[in-house]
Design a protein around this ligand. Structure first.
Ligand code: 0RA
Length: 644
């Protein structure tokens, strides 16, 4: 719309625009031209981003204490409507531009924060791009504001106002708030209005936990789903929820909340009797999956406070110490900070960078947790006992590892005999296939390109690590073999720079056993070698489900749809061969269909949502049985490709 205007700014007067209008149009046009710059992508994620952006603006109003109810509705017509009972976006005229504040917020990039008053104007950084971005990327958008006894309205098309803000009626019941509706533009979101209730609801739940006292409702009229979240306890409820299927060491979670010059700090934690750790960190309600300064401040404080207390109260001698890992075994914690200008770092912007936050969190936790332990000596004793147990187990594991190492176990100079290594020595060019069973391993060894593909066959099931400590894990042959082959070692010896292959590919059969082994391996990576997943090194191979053959023509197909397609193409007489196991393919076929980089499909494993991943693994692999049954039942439809 404004390419010519942008190119000829000098003509502004003759074109009938004043300077600020031109800026607006250029801004909106820039958003439409490069949406990825503002919302990350234009797939489903980007689409969800729009919802998130609008809801976040209402959440900000709630964080300021001005609103306690937000409702988001996805209509059958794919219109998203978000309502809050906040103060209502101001509609008064902006002196400089002679435009209503509402219009400025909706049409000028990054105008959202300008009206924010005092305190922490929480802007999401990555996400806090402002309502104007949603407006620019919508076919149409409408905002209605109830404020000061009046109802105001403005509508937009692809970001441009259709008219100046107008009063459309009185509001006589004294209510106030903002309602925004938008229809995402399918010129931009080419995959269509593909809102996913499950992903959105997960985020709504998380947001409600992080904003104590806020009632958040998601209604999906397309699928007739609805959920409302309200947590009086905020992140304390969050911690209880995460521990709901575990045996807790103390009933009442520890909680602290304090405002510091650097940021608002909120921490809740509770120990359980498992060996894992579930710490989740957030900055301005945004999940920081790679941690950052708030996490390091928290970890230092936890280690220091527990060690100090244990020494002062005679649990340990002065020259003894609990390690960070000891004090985090069985820990479930939420660390949430809110700050004015969060810096999100790293490739996926999942790491908080603000240096001043580390000290702030450290001080708040030192002080708060120190006091909590002093005031609750019985809880303190149970926690310290648990940590001391962890320390003893770790010492036993160290000895076990040393023994293994002396026998030539975890070191790369003594690679396991089962590993068929590649000749490439540069990890960046090398990959390893972890293959289920010796027979498939045999085909893979023959079919591979030995220059850069290594094969490690694993026999049978690896240990379920969700139920075991490191020392026990290292007694398991398959795990020792795997860790040795990868070269990184494990636990406090873990060193990502020693990874011998930059692609670690899990290749299992397309049946129930294969799925189980894959889950066990993923659990192991997630709980013990998480950095591999975070660095995008872990992949899942996709073997074909069928071979469809007619005469000399053959097609390998990987989905049921492809099978139907192939039969259509090759005729009804085509012969369909179902592949149940990798072992059924000869080495050539395995290479062609699953291992040849020019033809294969690899699924990269990534952790979209830390809390979801944590809960899923806990549920699938943890101690409690009833929730596992429920999960498997409710997801049974998703596993239709498995040969049950
Ligand atoms: C700035 C100032 C004021 C309200 C808001 C922003 C506001 C924005 C949004 C976005 C969605 N819902 C919202 N609710 C309020 C009010 C300033 C005042 O009344 O003094």
């Amino acid at each position: 719309m404004s390419a010519t205007i942008a190119a000829k700014p000098k003509n502004e007067n003759s074109a009938g625009y004043d300077a600020s209008a031109i800026q607006v149009l250029e801004g909106l046009e820039a958003v439409r031209r490069r949406p990825g710059m503002y919302i990350g992508s234009t797939d489903q994620r980007g689409l969800h981003h729009l919802v998130r952006e609008v809801v976040d603006n209402s959440v900000d109003e709630a964080l300021g204490g001005h609103c306690d109810t937000i409702v988001c509705r996805i209509g059958k017509d794919n219109v998203v409507t978000v309502s809050d009972n906040g103060r209502g976006i101001p509609v008064d005229k902006h002196a400089k531009s002679n435009k209503s504040a509402l219009e400025v917020i909706m049409t000028v990039l990054h105008a959202g924060g300008k009206f924010g008053g005092g305190g922490y104007k929480v802007s999401g950084g990555l996400h806090g791009v402002g309502a104007s971005v949603v407006n620019a990327l919508s076919t149409w958008c409408k905002v209605e504001v109830k404020r000061g006894g009046k109802l105001y309205r403005q509508e937009y098309e692809r970001g441009k106002p259709k008219y100046a803000v107008k009063t459309v009626g009185p509001v006589e019941d004294g209510s106030h708030g903002t309602t925004t509706s938008f229809l995402a533009d399918t010129d931009i979101f080419v995959a269509g209005h593909d809102y996913n209730y499950e992903s959105l609801v997960q985020w709504f739940r998380e947001t409600a936990y992080l904003t104590r006292g806020l009632k958040l409702t998601l209604i999906d009229e397309r699928s007739d789903h609805e959920a409302t979240f309200y947590f009086e306890g905020g992140i304390v409820s969050f911690v209880r929820h995460l521990n709901r299927n575990r045996h807790v060491v103390h009933e009442r979670p520890f909680y602290v909340s304090k405002e510091t010059p650097a940021c608002l700090v909120e921490v809740a934690l509770q120990y359980n009797d498992s060996y894992g750790e579930s710490t989740h960190t957030f900055a301005n309600n945004i999940s920081t999956i790679d941690g950052g300064t708030h996490l390091s401040g928290f970890k230092s404080a936890l280690t220091r406070t527990i060690n100090d207390y244990a020494k002062r109260n005679g649990f340990m001698k002065n020259d003894e110490a609990l390690s960070g890992e000891d004090v985090r075994e069985g820990l479930t914690a939420i660390v949430s900070v809110k700050l004015g200008e969060p810096q999100f770092e790293g490739q996926t912007k999942g790491k908080l960078g603000n240096a001043e936050v580390a000290g702030a969190v450290q001080n708040v936790v030192n002080e708060g947790l120190g006091g909590f332990l002093e005031e609750n000596p019985q809880i303190a004793k149970r926690i310290i006992d648990k940590c001391l147990n962890a320390a003893r187990a770790r010492e036993a594991a160290r000895k076990a590892r040393e023994l293994v190492q002396r026998k030539g176990g975890l070191e790369s100079f003594s690679l396991p005999g089962k590993l068929a290594d590649c000749s490439e020595r540069d990890p960046a060019r090398a990959e390893i296939y972890i293959v289920e069973g010796d027979s498939a391993g045999g085909s893979a060894k023959q079919g591979r390109d030995r220059r850069y593909q290594a094969i490690l066959p694993l026999r049978g099931k690896i240990l379920n690590v969700e139920k075991a400590r490191l020392d026990k894990m290292l007694q398991n042959n398959e795990i020792r073999t795997l860790v040795t082959a990868l070269g990184t070692s494990i636990g406090d010896q873990f060193d990502i720079s020693k990874l011998r292959y930059h692609r670690v590919i899990i290749m299992t059969d397309a049946d129930v056993d294969g799925a189980h082994i894959r889950t066990l391996l993923l659990t192991f990576f997630y709980r013990n070698l998480e950095q591999l997943i975070l660095d995008g090194r872990v992949f899942i191979a996709q073997p074909p489900l069928y071979r469809v053959k007619a005469g000399k023509e053959e097609r390998w197909v990987y989905t049921e749809e492809q099978r139907t397609e192939a039969v259509k193409e090759l005729g009804e007489k085509a012969e369909i061969q179902r592949y149940k196991g990798l072992g059924e393919m000869n080495p050539d076929q395995l290479w062609q269909t699953t291992m040849d980089p020019a033809q294969r499909t690899l699924m990269q494993v990534n952790i979209d949502d830390g809390v979801m991943a944590d809960e899923t693994f806990d549920m699938l692999m943890g101690a409690a049985v009833p929730p596992r049954k429920k999960f498997i039942q409710t997801h049974a439809r998703d596993v239709q490709n498995l040969d049950v």
